[in-house]
Unconditional design. Structure first.
Length: 521
């Protein structure tokens, strides 16, 4: 079943396997995909003497297999045949079970995973053509391998459509924990771990001795501003740490990028990878998947404490935590996220082929989403709060040229309406007349801009009315040795190229203050 070239590549990857790894497979005798599963696993396990497979026929059993190590369950299970994009998830599951792979977490993240409370049964519903699903599957597989109280099952939604329909899943990847919805859409280890901590609780901060790390300068945030600040600081010979939820930040969720000067065209995934490569070319210590718990910035030695009992200290801190997508903050919005309310048209748009959808927001991201959706949906309505669209003219011209795309300005979305399982309509107020009307939609995509990530700093620093950190023209805050750069600050124009420049400026200001004795090593 598997191509010979692929099998040869897998043999090379598995040449260093040391553990006894078994695929324990089961299926119903009348399952039409049983022969396909046999062929797939027989081919796959032929690539290493460390791999074996055993089959069990059982009446009514779902087509699935679990990964065993040295005779014991690892907690990793695949329901379906992990071909397509999920083939990589299977490869990594084998390597990770053997203690290999660059995606294995560090000591602090392992402590947080082990600190999750109770028995945790995770299921991720995927499409084998989904490019975002493997990141979620791989992250949750790692959690299952680290914590014996966690199990994780990848479920191919294409094979188990009745189950997907009964759960009313309208976007993938869709993650369930102990039978309850947890997450829909793009995600990484840090994001999913934080969501699980919020859902089931954690003892991570109480387990083990505190971990303390000391640096000359700490950059909090790993987006364009943070990476720029870290590189500029490292080039000055400083010992620099980047403490971030993810390298690339919001860039990871951006699609086409055509205004980064000297780079005619790129996308968020490529740019995030480029940022990481540039970081790695300097002696910068990167601590990813960190969730800031508490900060103390007023003393000469600044302290950043993160979930898991880890603290970072330095005489200077550059805050570059960026911003996150805004929500509508109307009744029932959260209830229907993933069930009619969405934030990424690339992840969830295909579920609305031939259907009627709305896009909330008339900026660049809103019109880009509307244009994309118009290619697959029967009709797209754009609702903009202001009296004019905020998107670039080229996008406005394109949107107005599309027959099944309609634009409404002065329109405020005031309510999300559903039937208990999925969104069915929204109410929209005409801001010129104050009249409200209820409009039926199959789904909505919220694209109303960004909110600065300042919660961890609000008790230490002065914020604007928009909850941005106040800085001067040198990126200095009111506290000596503390700087802010990029979307988290009150600098105008939230653009990648602006953030990069602000990150460099903050680093230069911090170094200048060090030379002048404002910041003492």
């Amino acid at each position: 079943m598997l191509d010979k070239n692929i099998l040869d590549q897998v043999r090379g990857i598995f040449a260093s396997l040391k553990s006894d790894l078994l695929f324990s497979a089961e299926y119903a005798s009348d399952d039409s995909h049983a022969a396909e599963l046999h062929a797939f696993l027989d081919d796959f396990t032929s690539t290493s003497d460390s791999l074996r497979v055993e089959y069990t026929e059982s009446a009514g059993a779902p087509l699935s297999f679990q990964l065993m190590k040295d005779g014991l369950p690892t907690g990793v299970r695949f329901r379906g045949i992990p071909n397509g994009h999920e083939f990589t998830s299977l490869l990594l599951a084998v390597l990770n079970a053997d203690g290999q792979g660059k995606n294995l977490p560090d000591e602090t993240i392992m402590r947080r995973i082990k600190g999750l409370k109770g028995n945790i049964d995770l299921k991720t519903y995927v499409s084998l053509t989904c490019t975002n699903c493997p990141d979620v599957v791989q992250a949750l597989n790692v959690m299952a391998l680290v914590n014996p109280r966690i199990s994780h099952e990848m479920v191919d939604g294409g094979l188990f459509q009745d189950e997907v329909s009964s759960l009313n899943i309208q976007g993938v990847p869709a993650v369930y924990v102990n039978g309850e919805a947890l997450h829909v859409g793009r995600g990484d280890l840090g994001m999913l771990l934080s969501e699980l901590e919020d859902k089931v609780g954690s003892d991570a901060d109480d387990n083990g001795s505190p971990i303390e790390r000391s640096f000359d300068l700490i950059v909090v945030g790993g987006g364009p501003a943070g990476v720029s600040a870290a590189i500029y600081s490292a080039r000055k010979g400083l010992k620099v740490a980047v403490v971030a939820e993810r390298v690339g930040g919001q860039v990871n969720d951006t699609t086409g990028i055509e205004n980064l000067i000297s780079v005619p065209e790129t996308d968020g995934t490529r740019l995030a990878a480029d940022l990481r490569r540039h970081l790695e070319s300097y002696p910068i210590e990167v601590f990813e998947h960190r969730k800031v718990n508490h900060v103390s910035l007023r003393e000469a030695r600044k302290c950043i404490a993160v979930k898991g009992g880890e603290t970072f200290t330095a005489p200077a801190v550059i805050i570059a935590t960026g911003a996150s997508w805004r929500k509508l903050n109307v009744d029932d919005e959260s209830r229907y996220i993933g069930h009619g309310v969405h934030f990424c048209q690339h992840c969830d748009g295909p579920f609305y082929k031939g259907r009627n959808v709305a896009v909330i927001g008339g900026g660049n991201s809103g019109l880009e989403a509307a244009i994309d959706l118009a290619g697959i949906c029967s009709h797209v309505s754009v609702f903009e709060f202001g009296d004019t669209l905020r998107a670039d003219n080229v996008l406005q011209d394109k949107a107005r040229s599309i027959d099944n795309l309609e634009i409404f300005t002065n329109s405020q979305t005031t309510r999300v309406i559903g039937d208990g399982k999925k969104l069915t309509a929204i109410t929209v107020k005409d801001r010129t007349t104050d009249q409200e009307r209820e409009l039926a939609f199959d789904g909505i995509f919220v694209q109303i801009g960004l909110a600065s990530n300042t919660d961890a700093f609000k008790d230490e620093l002065e914020l604007t009315e928009r909850h941005e950190i106040k800085v001067d023209e040198y990126c200095r805050t009111a506290i000596p040795g503390v700087y802010a750069a990029g979307d988290v600050s009150n600098v105008p124009y939230k653009q990648i190229v602006v953030a990069m420049g602000e990150g460099a400026k903050a680093a230069l200001s911090a170094f200048d203050d060090r030379l002048r004795g404002v910041v003492k090593p």
